[in-house]
Design a protein around this ligand. Structure first.
Ligand code: SF4
Length: 458
């Protein structure tokens, strides 16, 4: 019987809250193979959770890479474990650009794996893997990303103390109907797909987490919430778009037991709206805060900094907006991340930090993050402010080629400063070989529109 290791090179709390891993685990075990899980904070990722079996005793290791920073732990696990079976990586990072990892894996799966799990698990060699759609082994030529039909809801999964608490994960959709210019989801999970309300599963657990990139865009979102609220369950969506929140929906979320309303305006200054195309206005945020004031304990706001064309005034607007929300809601938290100009998005050519001069951009980015930290503290706003360094490394790994693997060998990220710079739109990109179904000319047009807007406003 084939022994399959499912490796999540990050903490259990994130891995157990991942619907893709849940699906793979169930499907592999049902399909006649033995699948066991590995998390980096349990036995350092070197022994399985189920039976403490060493990784090296498995035939195949499937790594799920959700974040670029997980590459470091993935490489460490491979090294320390002495595993010499087939190593295959998948997940959103692999779908955007697997090149920095080419030295460590036998193959990458570019896409949604549901319809191909059995073939992958049963392949005995790299040559056999190469005949499976979506597999990339480093060979020349384009690879077409594969996606699944999404099908029925998952009915059985392992319940653990995950990122959403101890709950059943209900994935209601994949992909997104919106066109935010910084967002990888709209590209790598295209086309948007929903699971239907009339096929909802019976859930025994008391808590249900509703998972989708933008759950409140689901055409039957309210009905889905209502269905489980009527069954007496506590239901929480992964986020709610501020412009979809009405009085009726806010009441329903309150009945569902929601305590913190999480919204992601991303920017607070109207001038940047044209750059990111998120289409959440100041009015939407204040309206959501007003509705939250009598229903929820806390509002959590997500923002980005380091956008092309961004000024210090735009950053001040973030603090100003959070202060306005604080006037309405007792507890407010801001979470601020630098923009990672992701492959396959219209902002993929933009410099990290938003400036052509990288040193200047990074120095400003540090000042901006420090400003938000200080001013939030003064205003009694909780602040979760990221380190610019980690996001610079994420940018290098996500836009890197094979040379960037040196970063994973301990070489300083400063050596790879060039990968943070603006990229010429006419140059070929390391990740051009992945076919996500979009026309590059369309991304170029969007990026040029962004640049035009910046020129006009400067
Ligand atoms: S940022 Fe959210 S709303 Fe915008 S495209 Fe991505 S998933 Fe959709």
């Amino acid at each position: 019987m084939r022994r399959v290791a499912l490796v999540y090179p990050n903490r259990y709390v994130g891995g157990i809250a991942n619907t893709g891993l849940q699906y793979m685990y169930a499907k592999i075990n049902e399909g006649g193979a033995v699948c066991e899980r590995f998390y980096s904070d349990i036995f350092e990722g070197l022994r399985s959770v189920e039976t403490a079996t060493p990784l090296k005793d498995f035939d195949v290791a499937l790594f799920s890479l959700q974040y670029e920073m997980d590459y470091f732990r993935a490489v460490e696990i491979i090294r320390k474990s002495g595993f010499d079976g087939l190593k295959i990586a998948g997940g959103p990072c692999v779908m955007e650009n697997p090149l920095p990892l080419l030295n460590y894996f036998d193959a990458f799966f570019i896409g949604e794996v549901e319809d191909h799990i059995e073939e992958i698990v049963n392949a005995r060699s790299v040559e056999e893997l190469e005949s499976i759609p979506g597999i990339y082994t480093g060979r020349e030529g384009r690879v077409k990303r594969v996606y699944s039909k999404l099908g029925r809801h998952i009915e059985k999964e392992i319940i653990g103390d995950g990122a959403y608490g101890r709950c059943f994960l209900l994935e209601i959709g994949r992909g997104c109907v919106r066109r935010c210019r910084f967002c990888i989801v709209r590209q790598i999970y295209f086309p948007p797909r929903w699971r239907r309300k009339d096929l909802l599963p019976e859930i025994e657990d008391e808590k249900v987490a509703i998972i989708a990139p933008s759950p409140s865009d689901h055409p039957e979102f309210r009905e889905i919430l209502q269905h489980y609220v009527e069954e007496g369950k506590q239901v929480s969506p992964s986020s709610v778009r501020a412009d979809t929140l009405s009085e009726e929906l806010a009441d329903l979320l309150k009945d569902a037991g929601l305590r913190t309303l999480t919204i992601a305006p991303e920017i607070a200054s109207p001038a940047l709206q044209e750059i990111i195309n998120k289409e959440i206005t100041r009015e939407d945020v204040l309206n959501a805060a007003e509705l939250a004031s009598t229903r929820f304990e806390k509002v959590k706001l997500y923002y980005m900094v380091g956008l092309p064309g961004e000024s210090f005034e735009d950053v001040k607007a973030i603090v100003e907006q959070a202060r306005e929300v604080k006037k309405l809601v007792r507890r407010v938290e801001v979470s601020v991340n630098p923009l990672v100009p992701k492959p396959h998005t219209p902002l993929q050519w933009a410099p990290f930090g938003g400036k052509d001069d990288i040193r200047e951009g990074v120095a400003e980015l540090r000042k901006k993050l420090e400003y938000i930290r200080k001013e939030s503290k003064k205003a009694g706003i909780e602040a979760d402010i990221s380190s610019y360094r980690e996001f610079a490394i994420q940018t290098i790994l996500s836009r890197g080629d094979r040379k960037v693997s040196q970063l994973l060998e301990g070489v300083s990220h400063r050596k790879f400063e060039d990968y943070l710079r603006a990229i010429d739109v006419d140059s070929s990109l390391p990740w051009d070989f992945i076919d996500h179904g979009y026309k590059k000319a369309r991304l170029v047009r969007e990026f040029e529109m962004v640049m035009e807007t910046i020129k006009k406003t400067l």
